[in-house]
Design a protein around this ligand. Structure first.
Ligand code: URA
Length: 275
């Protein structure tokens, strides 16, 4: 049997990137379970024995000392907090202070929303990725560029559409958010939708669709079908469609996505003439 050729460094890096490993924490591994080095008392002379060097990673802030609230308590406090926000700015400020979701502590920054808060259409994805985490704005990476083109195909852009995610913090390594993390963040995105008050809601991909529309069917069955979405103050129309990241991987579905976009444009026309 011919042995597999060893992967090149480029292939290895591509593999790690694909697996979500996109940032190095330190030059040296750090045993976080080891006993901390004793801190010498002020004025004490250095004790003999092996010198323990502090690896570069020690400079990285340690996780918070105080425990995060239990998930159920966090869901309750998220619900209570979200409903008190009278404006989008207040909601953003609440999220900046909210400590109930552990994702906040691994993300670089909050990714709240982008676009026009007065827009008649709102797009909601799953969670920010690496580029969004760096910039603090949703859908700015590769899939964001495609989303911009999709929105552009129906004559809109970020000045006439509003974009957000169910989860406003990047899960580490782009892992799938846990059901608990999703439930904790849900009251905030619900309130965000209520405050933007669009005529049409577009859920991008399965997680956003299933979470916001409370349905179990997969995106292959739900895309292109209209659902009612209760914002809390009124019922609006909601359409699931493919996530742009999925379209990048499976471009043959762009044809269906185009049909969904036509349907969205038509609904916007109808709701405009009805109002
Ligand atoms: N994928 C998402 O679901 N949201 C983003 O903001 C970026 C990628």
């Amino acid at each position: 049997m011919t042995p597999e050729p060893a992967p090149t460094v480029r292939q290895l890096l591509a593999f790690y990137l694909e697996a979500g490993v996109d940032c190095a924490l330190a030059e040296e591994p750090l045993d976080r379970l080891a006993d901390p080095a004793p801190v010498p008392a002020a004025g004490a002379t250095a004790s003999p024995g092996p010198v323990r060097t502090v690896p570069a990673a020690a400079a990285i802030p340690a996780p918070r000392a105080e425990p995060a609230p239990a998930p159920d308590a966090a869901i309750v406090s998220a619900r209570e907090a979200a409903r008190t926000a009278p404006t989008l700015e207040a909601l953003r400020a609440l999220l900046e202070k909210f400590d109930g979701c552990a994702l906040k502590h691994t993300a670089t920054r909050l990714v709240f929303g982008d676009g026009n808060p007065q827009a008649r259409i709102m797009f909601v994805g799953e969670a920010p990725g690496r580029d969004e985490d760096i910039e603090g704005l949703p859908f700015v990476g590769r899939s964001g560029k495609l989303l911009d083109r999709m929105i552009g195909a129906i004559g809109l852009d970020r000045s006439s559409a509003y974009i957000a995610n169910v989860i406003p913090w990047r899960p580490p390594g782009n892992r799938t958010p846990t059901p608990q993390e999703t439930q904790i963040c849900l009251p905030f995105i619900r309130r965000q939708i209520e405050l933007v008050n669009p005529d049409v809601l577009v859920t991008l991909g399965n997680p956003s669709t299933q979470t916001l529309l409370s349905i179990r069917e997969g995106i292959m069955r739900t895309r292109g079908r209209w659902f009612d979405y209760d914002t809390g103050t009124r019922t609006i129309r909601a359409l699931p469609t493919f996530h742009p990241a999925y379209l990048l991987r499976s471009p043959s579905y762009k044809r269906m996505s185009w049909q969904d976009l036509r349907s969205i444009a038509k609904a916007l026309e109808q709701t405009k003439s009805a109002s």
